[in-house]
Write a protein that binds this ligand. Structure first.
Ligand SMILES: NC(=O)c1ccc[n+]([C@@H]2O[C@H](COP(=O)([O-])OP(=O)(O)OC[C@H]3O[C@@H](n4cnc5c(N)ncnc54)[C@H](O)[C@@H]3O)[C@@H](O)[C@H]2O)c1
Ligand SMILES: [Zn+2]
Length: 358
């Protein structure tokens, strides 16, 4: 399956089983013969898939090298990108060479950022291997690293030259990370595609449907990114469930609750709040909760409501004193709603506090 993303610099996305082995050939259509290709990967993913990617690049006439960093979010910082940039310089990469990001969102975000900075911008290819990276981070051109002060605080918009999604790589993804990515998959159904939502709700095994599910998610992100490449409006819809989700992650000190799990709970809570406001069709929160449960994701959390409300005060999606939240009219239809922070806090207390505490 193939899509084209028509951003300032258009690029193709291929979703194909086994496409890691044809990566070199796809790159040959974009880069000059003999170009250097730096494969950026982490210590879990490179041992699994690295040699196949290097072999495919060599077979297509490129000169590949590798930069492997310790797996995990803790690596997503300026010092790792600094080492990466030093490596690219040592290898003598020029503007006609390219990077290949082989791994999850951490790899893609850092390789993309290095590609945006190195020589003021070189091309990079996304070869995402986690579900989250395949449906979300590899598409759209947001690259970043974390700072001690917060997540994703330093970065750049830099679109990839090509995205190659090999669904077979999901077979080695640990179940916890698969469930984490499912949080975002379910989100796409909620914000834009009732059909996808119903497929997820009704499917027996996901395996035979995986390519088409990945396609639906990526297509959803494609449309939104095409309308709002630089995140000034519609892209906000992708944050459904994220305002309260981020607050929950923070309340847990960013450990113990994965991002996807936090977003899942955030989607249920914000749908409940929308129902309370009379803006979201009654029963929507429960429909979302049922699908989340089906895929092993939590639907509630014991973090204190006050702590969560306090954490939303720092949400970067704020606009002056107002907060912009994403609500659903019903499953598959989303919109942005702007309201004063104090009103949001009061609504949270009225609609989300456990029975008896209201
Ligand atoms: N740029 C964006 O638009 C965007 C969007 C969403 C999230 N993100 C970022 O993405 C990151 C999270 O992505 P992630 O969950 O993929 O994290 P990750 O890259 O750390 O991958 C998760 C874990 O799975 C392992 N892994 C990945 N693919 C594997 C495979 N096929 N087999 C075995 N193990 C595999 C990794 O080594 C890692 O341990 C966060 O830093 C987040 O900020 C960016
Ligand atoms: Zn997310």
């Amino acid at each position: 399956m193939q899509l084209t993303v028509n951003t300032s610099k258009p690029y193709n996305i291929f979703i194909e089983r086994g496409c890691l082995d044809t990566l070199g050939g796809r790159c040959a259509a974009l880069f000059p013969a003999g170009a250097k290709a730096a494969v950026i990967s982490d210590s879990n993913v490179f041992p699994l898939y690295g040699e196949r990617v290097l072999a495919s690049l060599r077979a297509a006439g490129f000169a590949p090298s590798r930069f492997v960093f310790p797996a995990g979010e803790a690596s997503k910082q300026l010092s790792t990108v600094g080492e990466m940039l030093g490596f690219l310089a040592e290898q003598g990469l020029t503007r006609s060479d390219f990077l290949v990001a082989l791994g999850g969102g951490v790899t893609g975000d850092m390789a993309g950022f290095a590609a945006a900075c190195y020589l003021r911008g070189v091309s990079f290819v996304q070869a995402p291997t986690s579900l989250l990276a395949q449906v979300d981070s590899s598409v759209g051109g947001k690259t970043a690293v974390d700072l001690p002060q917060g997540k994703n605080l330093a970065g750049a918009f830099h679109q990839p030259a090509l995205v190659l999604i090999d669904p077979d790589t999901l077979e080695t993804l640990p179940p916890l990370f698969f469930a984490d990515g499912m949080g975002e998959v379910i989100k796409y159904g909620c914000i834009r595609s009732r059909t996808l939502f119903e497929t997820l709700r009704d499917a027996g095994s996901l395996a035979p449907l995986m390519e088409s599910i990945l396609f639906d998610c990526v297509d959803c992100k494609r449309v939104i990114v095409e309308h709002d490449e630089f995140d000034t409006g519609e892209r906000m819809l992708l944050n459904f469930g994220h305002t309260l989700g981020h607050a929950l992650e923070k309340a847990h000190g960013y450990t113990g609750l994965t991002h996807g799990a936090a977003v899942g709970i955030g989607m249920v809570l914000i749908a409940r709040l929308g129902e309370h406001m009379g803006l979201t069709q009654a029963g929507t929160a429960e429909q979302i909760a049922a699908v989340l449960r089906k895929y092993g994701l939590p639907v509630s959390d014991d973090a204190s409501l006050d702590e969560v409300i306090r954490a939303t005060a720092l949400d970067k999606k704020g606009l002056g004193g107002d907060l912009r939240i994403v609500l659903l009219r019903s499953i598959g239809e989303s919109f942005v709603h702007r309201l004063p922070r104090a009103e949001f806090a009061a609504l949270c207390r009225a609609s989300l506090a456990p029975e008896g505490a209201r």
